[in-house]
Design a protein around this ligand. Sequence first.
Ligand code: ADP
Ligand code: MG
Length: 292
Amino acid sequence: ATPTSIMVGMGRGAQMGIFFRRGEALQQFAETRVVAFDKTGTLTLGKPALTDLITAEGWERADVLAHIAAVEGHSEHPIAQALVAAAQAESLSLPKVEQFQAETGSGVWGVAGGRRVHIGADRYMRKLGIDAQRFSDDARRLADEGKTPIYAAVDGRLAAMLAVADPIKPTTSKAIAALHGLGLKVAMITGDDRRTAQAIARQLGIDEVVAEVLPEGKVAEVERLRSQHGALAFVGDGINDAPALAAADVGVAVGTGTDVAMEAADVVLMSGDLMGVPGALALSRATLRNIR
Ligand code: ADP
Ligand code: MG
């Protein structure tokens, strides 16, 4: 492409809220065969809320939630914010936290009011040797509704199963349909529960789901999808999306996300509206047509 047509294309993009950080990305985008999306904060708003809490026998809802919220108060994960907000909404007074640790990609633990509290995914409970079978029917049902099941244990014993739901952004479905219309494959890469991810993918018509991926595993999944389908664009918002954004042929950051993601990206969607992805692709194709 000539420098002039690239300049024109970048200017057009800017008017549409699509910011090309590198001119080459405008040329490369047209080659894309598969678009892989991060889920939380990219396909969804990244603002989960607590929807369900089922206590194990012998536990009282307020007591369990207070211990969970106390520990989650030390975590920055969106799920943690949802659980803290739920306790606040019920005006619970929280026990004092003496210790805290995050287990990246699986959960958190801490000591609250003198009791050891573990909160996280079912694989975290398995790792701790805590049997969560009794909640498996409920967890399946909630996951099939697109909610994320979370487990809580107190002093090494299962105390509750909770679910959080993160609303899908209003234009996500339309953006995916537009990508299909342009002939592309669409994938999702997430650390979230497999059933939950599959339910959301079904709702959105996403072709391929890669779930329960640890943050450091995203790059390997990007490379695998690329070797299978061809040139790949990755769309993400978080700090832990930065390596995948850099590894993709074109990295697209959501402008409502973290600075780290934007710095690793080739393209930034200023408003976070995913219609910018098919928009950028159409713009790239138009730019190449003009000069060929
Ligand atoms: P993602 O951002 O794609 O949801 P993460 O790697 O951040 O992926 O988290 C993966 C899973 O680990 C979550 O779905 C949840 O089950 C569990 N998890 C992580 N952090 C927390 C936390 N603070 N509280 C409870 N569960 C957590
Ligand atoms: Mg995210």
